[in-house]
Design a protein around this ligand. Structure first.
Ligand code: CO
Length: 174
């Protein structure tokens, strides 16, 4: 079932999501709904909190890189590269807004798959960016929070207004 995606300024997006236990009820339905919702919105990643469920899980599928969607439960990044990578990020919760964010170029993470099997994965560039972006959601953070520098923040605030969003949070950081 496609579920509504909550949007920027919904306080739920600022909640820190809770770890998921292996006996968690209705997890299969949640996973199916998250994948369906991500496909419907043409996204490459979606966290549970974006459909209002504060649990530490996200799905990801990058076209031309992944044949199947990844399901990552209780993910934790163990290593960040010093080398950085700039990517113009977007978010299904902030439609219309794309902005350059600088993050570590590669990461090593641990997570549990949909069968709660522990997995380790190395990721780089777009895949690493997507994972960092989604894990930020689980911690109540948005990619906008990663933008720094007065001139960038000013541009970002203007872009948010252009797209019909309130930008009081950004203004506070100026
Ligand atoms: Co997002």
């Amino acid at each position: 079932m496609i579920r509504p995606i909550i949007k920027y300024n919904d306080p739920l997006l600022r909640e820190v999501s809770k770890p998921i236990k292996a006996d968690s009820k209705a997890l299969r339905t949640l996973i199916d709904d998250m994948i369906e919702t991500m496909y419907d919105a043409n996204g490459i990643g979606l966290s549970a909190i974006q459909i209002g469920v504060p649990s530490r899980i996200f799905v990801m599928q990058i076209p031309e890189q992944h044949e199947q969607p990844y399901v990552m439960i209780n993910p934790c990044i163990k290593t960040f590269s010093r080398d950085l990578f700039t990517y113009k990020e977007g978010c299904l919760s902030i439609p219309g807004v794309l902005f350059e964010v600088i993050r570590p170029r590669s990461i090593v993470l641990e997570y549990q798959d949909s069968d709660f099997i522990y997995c380790t994965k190395q990721a780089q560039e777009l895949e690493a960016i997507c994972i960092q972006h989604e894990i930020d959601h689980l911690d109540g953070k948005l990619f906008l929070d990663r933008v720094t520098g007065r001139s960038h923040l000013k541009k970002l605030a203007a872009l948010l207004v252009e797209n019909g969003y309130e930008e009081t949070a950004i203004k506070k950081r100026l």
